[in-house]
Design a binder for this molecule. Structure first.
Ligand code: ZN
Ligand code: ZN
Ligand code: ZN
Length: 369
């Protein structure tokens, strides 16, 4: 698997005339070789020449963490008194072009630029992003497992198993987090719980507001799956809304439009359709209900080893979807000071049409005290 990924990366490097790829902290490295760099001050850097052996330059004291794959890369542990930037620079001296991981700390890039003043630098995202955006079957299986896990948490929420009224948003958020872990995730990436007027803030931070009867509670949560050591985890991301009492008809009408916007956008996400066209399908449906002015974010984002990655479903991205793309479809409306709602699923584009990985009920759940 990793050897095959490395081949694809090298082919993409050739296509872009990139002589060497340098990956450090961030998700590109675990996706490519199964090792996640510690986000600390000591440099870890995978050096991938377009022709020639890949080498992981890393702190010697962390070498024991690595699952070795000698057929894919070798390891050069550096001692506490060596200069790792010099080590990397010595390996690539003479190259004309280098692509460096998007999350690499700037102090390392600045030091490398100082060592190698003639190199033309670009961002590794342009090489690795399009490859990561097309998932293999086994990656889709991991995303499905992640989605099924959070679907069960959503079902517990919708079924009233997770008490809401009288608890703070933060308490509910903590319970969502515990359940995400119990469902086979290694970590919780976020658990937004936004009650009443707080639901009008798409990235609301769950706080000490106590959930009341007769209000909307928007929950958006996800994590990264637990995988065997040396295998990257995959992300989940779902949003469902619950009303703590009978919803007012004005809210119900708006929610119905949102429901249709979300479902029609999922249907529209076929191979060959421009990413922005799928965004437009949802936006047009919300416009028909005069809600488009309140839909203040893009329709969705790709998902994989990272919560947000290519492809982005947003006006201006005319790149057509292709089989293997996995992304969120998450329209919403956010009416400041009043309320808001969002429905979010992870969807995979396949030759046989769009396939939603999340299947938790999309209807507005009503729970009472
Ligand atoms: Zn978001
Ligand atoms: Zn989300
Ligand atoms: Zn999302």
């Amino acid at each position: 698997m990793f050897g095959e990924r490395l081949d694809r990366v090298r082919a993409a490097m050739k296509g872009r005339a990139i002589d060497v790829l340098l990956l450090s902290v961030g998700p590109d490295l675990p996706w490519l070789v199964g090792y996640e760099a510690m986000p600390l001050e000591r440099l870890t850097m995978l050096v991938v020449p377009v022709d020639g052996e890949a080498e992981l330059v890393m702190p010697g004291l962390e070498v024991a963490r690595v699952v070795e794959r000698p057929d894919v890369f070798s390891i050069r542990g550096w001692t506490e008194t060596e200069d790792p930037v010099r080590l990397v620079a010595d390996r690539i001296r003479g190259v004309a072009t280098a692509a460096i991981g998007d999350r690499t700390w700037s102090r390392f890039l600045v030091a490398l630029q100082h060592e190698l003043p003639d190199v033309a630098w670009s961002s590794a995202g342009t090489v690795v992003g399009p490859l990561r955006a097309v998932k293999t079957e086994s990656e889709i299986e991991r995303l499905q497992a992640a989605a099924s896990g959070v679907d069960r948490v959503a079902a517990a929420l919708q079924g009233g198993e997770i008490p809401l009224i009288g608890r703070t948003e933060a308490e509910v958020s903590a319970e969502l987090g515990q359940r995400i872990l119990a469902e086979g995730h290694a970590r919780v990436n976020f658990a937004i719980v936004a009650a009443g007027e707080n639901a009008a803030s798409p990235h609301h931070h769950a706080g000490d507001r106590v959930i009341q009867p007769n209000e909307v509670v928007l929950c958006d949560f996800g994590g990264t799956t637990a995988e065997p050591h040396g295998q990257p985890g995959y992300c989940s991301d779902i949003t469902r809304c619950v009303y703590t009492g009978p919803p007012p008809s004005e809210f119900m009408e708006q929610y119905d439009a949102l429901f249709e916007a979300q479902a029609s956008a999922v249907e529209a996400a076929t191979a060959g359709t421009a990413a922005e066209a799928v965004d437009r399908v949802a936006r047009d449906r919300l416009a028909a209900a005069e809600l488009d002015q309140w839909f203040i974010h893009r329709l969705g984002h790709g998902i994989g080893v990272e919560e947000h990655e290519d492809p982005y479903l947003v006006e201006g991205n005319s790149v057509p979807l292709e089989p293997g793309n996995a992304f969120s479809i998450e329209p919403g409306f956010y009416i400041g000071g009043k309320w808001g709602a969002r429905i979010e699923d992870i969807v995979v584009c396949t030759d046989d049409g769009p396939q939603a990985l999340n299947r938790a009920d999309h209807a507005l759940a009503v729970v009472e005290a």
